[in-house]
Design a protein around this ligand. Structure first.
Ligand SMILES: Nc1ncnc2c1ncn2[C@@H]1O[C@H](COP(=O)(O)OP(=O)(O)O)[C@@H](O)[C@H]1O
Ligand SMILES: O=C(OP(=O)(O)O)[C@H](O)COP(=O)(O)O
Length: 394
């Protein structure tokens, strides 16, 4: 089931609705990491150089169907202009008169970025009317938003039903690299899961247990498991209704002979702040009212040892709140262990994990840095990604 590539489309003179993932981390109004924008450049350049009228669509953050000023794509349009060295038009609305007018004015090779598609309440509901409205803007649909390919939203899935469609270069590359690493994984195969999107990732763990030899848990996610082990976790991140599920995963791991690693110590703070009081404690001693914001040094050593012995490691989600110096050590230790492990093929998945590796200046020592966190995980689980499934076949 090979999907069409943009090279299979005749794009010259055509209006191409191109979904990209410009969900980049922002810090005080500026783009903290432009990896995802750079990753989309080959497709955007190809379209423009082949005379397409390019309409770019992306989301940023989770504005839940409302306009959130800080999540406007203006800074992204500027950054894109800088990277392409070419004018990028920008509309401050998702759909409406301004977008329509600007689209009608596009000449061959011109590029227009529309506003954050998640400002529209229909986007995440995969609303049929919005899909038609997007489709009416264009002649062709290209999806290059690998990071959002696991979402069945209008701009990633719904609109594909109305237009001839194809995958962009980034999606092709991601599928090729991830597909070949996972078709017959080198073993021991280790997955490291961290970060804060507990709801999203907890289900992934279930499926990974069928595939991996070692499963390492860190980040905010870990504390639902620590609680399930029977320890007190103070005010750490907790998904109360997932405790039973966490218990069942630990049982499944045991039955399947998968080694399941959880933090044995933690860095705790009395507030979610860089200037909080901080201490390192064993996992059974998290004080009441304190928050665990990083794995501790004993855990870092334990995890580094497992990484060293692995042949393939996929890593999604930081081990702690690495953006704040006092809670960055765990993430740094894991990144460093991956960088040092020469016989280990390392795949980094996800915006924040990629940002962490970049932050520690270790990107060059990783084998593949995926632009998708949740998307790469779901792909590795063997799930169909709706944003890819919806594209035309060759
Ligand atoms: N112990 C923790 N408590 C709260 N937040 C955490 C903790 N550990 C990591 N985080 C946060 O998780 C965020 C990343 O989570 P997530 O979006 O799930 O990762 P990714 O983008 O790599 O998939 C980071 O901003 C980090 O600060
Ligand atoms: O950043 C993203 O996912 P990731 O954090 O799993 O890499 C994508 O842009 C998808 O965003 P979403 O998880 O809000 O749908």
């Amino acid at each position: 089931m090979k999907k069409k590539s943009i090279k299979d489309l005749d794009v010259t003179g055509k209006k191409v609705f191109c979904r990209v993932d410009f969900n980049v981390p922002m810090y005080e109004g500026t783009i903290a990491d432009d990896t995802r924008i750079r990753a989309a450049l080959p497709t955007i350049r190809y379209l423009a150089e082949h005379g397409a009228k390019v309409i770019l669509a992306s989301h940023m953050g989770r504005p839940k169907g409302q306009v959130v000023e800080e999540l406007r794509l203006g800074p992204v349009a500027k950054k894109l202009e800088e990277l392409l060295n070419k004018e990028v038009r920008y509309s401050e609305e998702v759909i409406g008169e301004d977008v329509k007018k600007q689209v009608s004015e596009l000449q061959e090779g011109d590029i227009l970025l529309m506003e954050n598609v998640r400002f529209h309440p229909g986007e995440e509901k995969n609303d049929a009317n919005l899909a038609k409205e997007f489709a009416e803007l264009a002649d062709l649909y290209v999806n290059d938003a690998f990071g959002t390919a696991h979402r069945a939203h209008v701009s990633t899935e719904g609109v594909a039903g109305h237009l001839p469609s194809a995958a962009g270069f980034l999606i092709e590359k991601e599928l090729e690299v991830l597909g070949s690493a996972l078709s017959q994984p080198q073993r021991p195969f280790t997955a490291i899961i961290g970060g804060a999107k507990v709801k999203d990732k907890i289900g992934v763990i279930d499926n990974l247990l069928d595939k991996v030899d070692n499963l390492i848990i860190g980040g905010g996610l870990a504390f639902t498991f620590v609680k399930a082990q029977g320890y007190e976790i103070g005010d750490s991140l907790l998904e109360e209704d997932k405790i039973e599920l966490a218990k069942s995963f630990m049982k499944k791991a045991e039955q399947k002979g998968v080694k399941f690693y959880l933090p044995i110590d933690a860095v705790v703070a009395d507030a979610f702040s860089e200037s909080a009081n901080v201490q390192k404690v064993d996992i059974d001693s998290i004080p009441e009212g304190w928050l665990a914001l990083d794995i501790g040094p004993k855990t870092s050593d334990l995890y580094a040892g497992v990484i060293k012995e692995s042949k393939l490691v996929i890593w999604n989600g930081p081990m702690g709140v690495f953006e704040m110096e006092p809670f960055a050590q765990g993430t740094k230790a894991v990144a460093q262990a991956l960088a040092d492990a020469e016989d280990t093929y390392s795949i980094i998945g996800g915006g924040d994990s990629a940002r962490a590796v970049e932050h520690f200046k270790l990107s060059g020592q990783m084998d593949h840095i995926s632009t998708g966190g949740g998307a790469s995980l779901e792909f590795m689980e063997g799930k169909d990604l709706p944003g890819i499934a919806a594209l035309d076949e060759r």
